[in-house]
Design a protein. Structure first.
Lengths: 147, 147
């Protein structure tokens, strides 16, 4: 048992909230910026490299934090660390990621910004979310259940 | 529109990284939005005696993401404006691809991108290369000046 006062759902809420503020600040919730990043093929003078800074900043903190928390035996508000279990690079990983990239490039929304923008009552994000939920449900239905 | 925003994008990225590592240190989980959100659409195993702790934390995370998206939009509505005028059909199709792709590929920009790359996961490296490549190709073919 953990001795902290903070319940896991509370820390999860805080993570989500902080994540949302980060997304809004970074420009990820503006599809034009996302398309502007991938759009270097349309001319380098109109290229918007901002997204590389988002990725760089995010990774910097995560790598540092991971190093600092190495000795931790259990999470502060939970019981154990859920390490990613899958290791193999298979067709499903590659094909799935290729399909995701197509969707991301088509509208400029990836899952985090979709949810944050739905909170901001964006009509476009709501439409993307509808498609996303259908995609999730259909794919889960037709793929074998993982442990 | 301001195009290149290195400072706010970096700050936003640092916040996203902080939120992600906080979820690891506090809850012991990977802050992958598609995984967290997608799991909410899995049917609960009726034979399992365990309470769906993971689901509770997932709901809290998503609630934080959505509610703070709402809050942020009160202070900076311009952060959530979609300057691209995309048809609803394109939006729903994009969402569908994002839903299918992230479920098949077990991750999106946050899980494979921020968390996976920072963990030097080979799987995530290949996933990120795949979705960056297909997003670039998609924007090259269907984006840019024609939007």
């Amino acid at each position: 048992m953990n001795t902290t006062q903070i319940k896991p759902w509370m820390s999860a809420f805080i993570s989500g909230a902080l994540f949302s503020v980060g997304l809004a600040m970074s420009g990820m919730t503006q599809p034009a910026k996302v398309i502007g990043f991938f759009g270097f093929t349309h001319g380098l003078e109109s290229w918007d490299p901002s997204l590389a800074f988002v990725m760089g900043g995010g990774m910097l903190i995560y790598i540092l934090g991971l190093q600092l928390s190495k000795g931790l035996e259990q999470p502060y508000c939970g019981t154990d660390f859920s390490q990613p279990s899958q290791k193999s690079i298979d067709k499903k990983l590659i094909c799935g990621s290729l399909v995701f990239g197509m969707g991301w490039g088509l509208a400029g929304y990836c899952p985090g910004p979709v949810l944050a923008s739905v909170g901001a009552m964006s009509r476009d994000a709501l439409i993307v979310l509808a498609g996303m939920i259908i995609g999730i449900i259909v794919t889960k239905k037709f793929s074998p259940k993982k442990s | 529109m301001e195009t290149f925003t290195p400072l706010t994008s970096l700050l936003g990225g640092l916040l996203i990284g902080a939120a992600s590592i906080f979820y690891w240190v506090a809850n012991g989980r990977i802050a992958g939005i598609s995984g967290i959100f997608g799991r909410l659409f899995e049917r609960q195993d009726p034979m399992s005696p365990q309470p769906p702790q993971r689901t509770i934390e997932g709901i809290a995370f998503v609630a934080g993401l959505i509610s703070f998206g709402c809050l942020c939009s009160l202070f900076g509505p311009q952060l959530f404006i979609n300057q691209l005028s995309l048809s609803p059909i394109r939006l729903v199709f994009a969402g569908l691809l994002v839903g299918i792709g992230t479920t098949m590929g077990s991750g999106c920009t946050s899980g494979h991108g921020i968390c996976g790359l920072s963990r030097f996961s080979k799987r995530s490296f290949f996933a990120v290369c795949s979705f960056m490549l297909s997003a670039t190709l998609t924007v090259w073919l269907f984006g840019g000046a024609s939007l």
